[in-house]
Write a protein that binds this ligand. Sequence first.
Ligand code: ATP
Ligand code: MG
Length: 325
Amino acid sequence: MTAPLYRIPGASVLTADADQSVTDVAASVTEPKTVADVLAQSQVESVMDELDRELVGLVPVKSRIRDIAALLVIDKLRSAHGLNAQNPSLHMCFTGNPGTGKTTVALRMAEILHRLGYIRKGHLVAVTRDDLVGQYIGHTAPKTKEVLKKAMGGVLFIDEAYYLYRPENERDYGQEAIEILLQVMENQRDDLVVILAGYKDRMDTFFQSNPGMSSRIAHHLDFPDYDVGELLSIADKMLTSQQYQFGLGARQAFDDYLNRRLQQPHFANARSVRNALDRARLRQASRLFAERDRVLSKDDLITLQAQDVLGSRLFKAPPAERRSA
Ligand SMILES: Nc1ncnc2c1ncn2[C@@H]1O[C@H](COP(=O)(O)OP(=O)(O)OP(=O)(O)O)[C@@H](O)[C@H]1O
Ligand SMILES: [Mg+2]
């Protein structure tokens, strides 16, 4: 069950599977007494199982998410006993290279937080610096506030958050956006969860220069690069979900492709897998298109053959040229 993605001007809103009935159930049932009660009422376990099933690898990330969910579940039971139940700070930082699953996991996180009743709506608003910072004096505050308004009740996902801070330009408006964010992260943390995402080294530098931001982030999750085996499994899952399959020798060809692609610049993990499969499908379509009069079977239509993968330019150029391509 992948959540739909739709863009609105200035920011992309990704809705988690905000099932109204879940909210109703959570509101109408009696106080939970056991962990099983909380899990049953919130139906959060199904989201976590889905995360486990649909996402390849990411073992440390998945286990941190289970830890966070456990904390929230216990918190619910504490509050049922009248114990100190101040809303915990849930702002997070997701670091990792491109295509390692940060946006995908953030979407699931929004759903988990929603099901556990920590955010009202469970949607995710994904933004970058340009959505928050204006070009002229007086433009930044309204822009940032507008985005915050859209994100309230959900998750605000700020991609490459470190671009908000540009110390080389002393009159940069990014600082203004940071200050507004800091206030809201502190004062409205029961209604908004902020996730900062980006490369780890740049994020570390950003936190060093912005201790206020650093101190408000409760959870740091690091997304490792995938190895070739994981990338192949990701390819299998992507193909299955699009109703395609590797034909004889095609998976091995894709394995070879990945090993070559990993040596190239701008490798973007699962995103590069997706792009490579898109191109293989294009080659499959051209191959079938050329056979005007043949009756195409279902198998023909769903199968990527080795040649569809081997048609990539990575298999054509000699090694020296390939590096500069
Ligand atoms: N572990 C995984 N298993 C299966 N598919 C994955 C996995 N990680 C990422 N993907 C898929 O790869 C694509 C890219 O993932 P996503 O956009 O979440 O990465 P990202 O870290 O946010 O990348 P970027 O930094 O480029 O924004 C998506 O289509 C996603 O579904
Ligand atoms: Mg992303």
